[in-house]
Design a protein around this ligand. Structure first.
Ligand SMILES: [Fe+2]
Length: 287
């Protein structure tokens, strides 16, 4: 789904909304993007220990990743780092929070839960992804995992590649929707010297670490932001054509990434990347 440009948003510093989700009272929500056309939402949902909601179904397809705490869906436990994709209309077991929990949720249309009702799975949704402990998944070279095309050329091999220091775990891809949800890790000291942009949406939630982005701007260069620094629980949304880079990280970075299509990166080297990146890294404060 199409998303608007957001350059740097500290999601957990935004005002939470109580009783916001249709059919799920008691959850506190920080919605950081909503697409007007489809009603699709990306938000962090906080639920206190002891929270419960009955079985039912949601009219939206949901990607759910546990940022903090622990919840149960029926008999199944979701601890930090667990992920599931529930297609629209699929029956959902009772949800209980066994610890104070924060869930990162992407919906493909307005979140609307129908408690104690039975649904019918939307045939246009992607296939159900059972609860997966993503810590146990192997890291994969993104060129083998989620990259369709990259115009960055490896100077050693002369072939399309990613700058070294990136690993991915694809959580949902190659379904009917064409969407990709993936974890992406950048090694401490990772440097991408160029700007990149994509023909698809790229929505990036920083789970942990930091990220420096030297420039971000539209193709007309009318709205230019420089030297953005993102930390844990920051969000950046890149609609098609929005340039971003050079990129580096001091502590490393773990992102949960939503792509509207398999990743295509279009690169251009930035003249002053060494000065910008070097200045940020020289002031490293590890945490
Ligand atoms: Fe990007």
């Amino acid at each position: 789904m199409a998303m608007k440009r957001v350059d740097s948003l500290d999601v957990m510093a935004t005002e939470p909304t109580e009783n916001y989700l249709v059919g799920l009272p008691g959850a506190t929500v920080r919605e950081y993007i909503r697409e007007n056309k489809t009603g699709g939402q990306h938000f962090v949902m906080s639920i206190p220990k002891g929270f419960s909601s009955p079985f039912g179904f949601n009219s939206a397809s949901l990607d759910i990743y546990v940022l903090e705490g622990e919840v149960c869906l029926g008999e199944e436990v979701m601890t930090v780092g667990c992920y599931t994709y529930i297609p629209a209309g699929m029956n959902i077991n009772e949800l209980r929070a066994t610890k104070n929990a924060r869930l990162l949720v992407f919906s493909d249309r307005e979140f609307q839960f129908f408690p104690k009702a039975k649904g019918v799975i939307d045939p246009t949704a992607d296939a159900y992804v059972p609860i997966t402990d993503t810590w146990k998944m192997p890291w994969v070279d993104p060129m083998k995992d989620i990259v369709k095309k990259s115009t960055w050329v490896n100077p050693k091999s002369g072939k399309q590649d990613r700058p070294p220091g990136v690993l991915t775990k694809a959580l949902r891809k190659e379904g009917k929707t064409g969407e990709v949800v993936a974890l992406t890790a950048l090694a401490p000291g990772y440097v991408d010297p160029g700007t990149e942009h994509h023909p698809h949406n790229e929505c990036l939630y920083l789970i942990s670490g930091d990220a420096y982005i030297g420039h971000t701007y539209d193709y007309k260069k009318q709205d230019v932001k420089e030297d953005l620094v993102l930390h844990k629980d920051f969000y950046i949304g890149r609609p098609p054509g929005i340039r971003h880079g050079p990129v580096c990280t001091q502590n490393g970075a773990l992102w949960l990434v939503y792509l509207a299509d398999m990743y295509t990166g279009i690169f251009r080297e930035v003249d002053d990347w060494e000065i910008r990146v070097g200045t940020y890294l020289a002031e490293a404060s590890f945490r």
